[in-house]
Design a protein around this ligand. Structure first.
Ligand code: IPE
Ligand code: IPE
Ligand code: MG
Length: 258
């Protein structure tokens, strides 16, 4: 009897500072973040855009650690889109250098913390050094189980679908797959995220209300959480707020409330 009362009192637990305690049993399995607002953060301080990107790396470090501490299994972060090549050459180059620097500096700690590093996107389009560091990080962390950190690089939701279509069409042309066999599961298996559950929660800092070509297929039933905070200011307490909000959501997946 009264099990609903126990449940309610559990979800109302508060921490020492008065904020609410996370319900560890209702955490999202997969959190996705569009790491946006670095440029505006820098401009608001009279700094060059690259200083914003550099500061954004510190947010990523903090959020990865929080996910490890709280037991979130998968974190996918949008770091560079297929459209971001439109930016000035120096900014693109600066971002690629930051990626290499991040992987070199963080790899030992990521390994220690049980983080498995992966990358999704058209990785062949990245500069050689970035590809090499990603491959090294992937290999050296492949056995880790605590958190899958998926870096979306040269990633576009549309190009991901184009790539999947091409691979599926090749199988059909070779007579290895019947068009009638193509279903959602088959498509899932040809996406860069094959084998991973869809994100439960998408976080977009810096106030923009759009998906900007991120995980178009996978976000079908994802809960959105937007904040005005710029990514370089985003820290684990902001993630906690997002998770607390998420825990109040009622996910219906097109069905009815049970
Ligand atoms: C996100 O920050 C980082 C990348 C897109 C690589 P922005 O650089 O887009 O920052 P804003 O949107 O200009 O503030
Ligand atoms: C999305 O941010 C891409 C990344 C954060 C890597 P953008 O800044 O590129 O997106 P738009 O241009 O505002 O839609
Ligand atoms: Mg932006």
């Amino acid at each position: 009897m009264f099990s609903f009362l126990t449940k309610r009192s559990r979800s109302r637990k508060t921490r020492e500072d008065g904020s609410q305690e996370l319900d560890r049993e209702r955490l999202p399995r997969h959190v996705a973040i569009i790491m946006d607002g670095n440029g505006r953060w820098a401009r608001s301080r009279g700094l060059p855009r690259l200083a914003g990107h550099r500061a954004g790396v510190e947010s990523l470090r903090d959020i990865v650690r929080a996910c490890v501490d709280w037991g979130i299994g998968i974190l996918t972060v949008y770091a560079f889109s297929t459209e971001n090549w439109k930016r000035p050459h120096e900014e693109v180059e600066g971002l690629m250098n930051l990626l290499v620097e991040y992987l070199r500096r963080e790899l030992a700690e990521l390994r220690r913390e049980g983080v498995q590093v992966r990358a999704i996107g058209r990785l062949e389009g990245l500069p050689r050094q970035a590809r090499e560091e990603l491959e090294r990080a992937r290999k050296e962390t492949a056995a880790n189980k605590r958190l899958i950190l998926n870096l979306a690089l040269n990633y576009g939701g549309r190009s991901e679908l184009v790539d999947a279509c091409r691979r599926i069409a090749t199988l059909v042309a070779r007579g290895e797959l019947d068009p009638g066999e193509i279903d959602e599961e088959v498509i899932n298996n040809f996406l860069y995220t094959a084998g991973l559950p869809d994100p439960d929660l998408l976080i977009r800092p810096s106030g923009e209300m759009r998906v900007s070509n991120f995980l178009l297929w996978q976000l079908a039933y994802t809960e959105f959480w937007v904040t005005d905070i710029y990514w370089p200011d985003f820290r684990r307490e902001d993630l906690r707020r997002a998770l607390l909000d998420y825990q109040q959501r009622e996910r219906r997946f097109g069905g009815l409330k049970i």
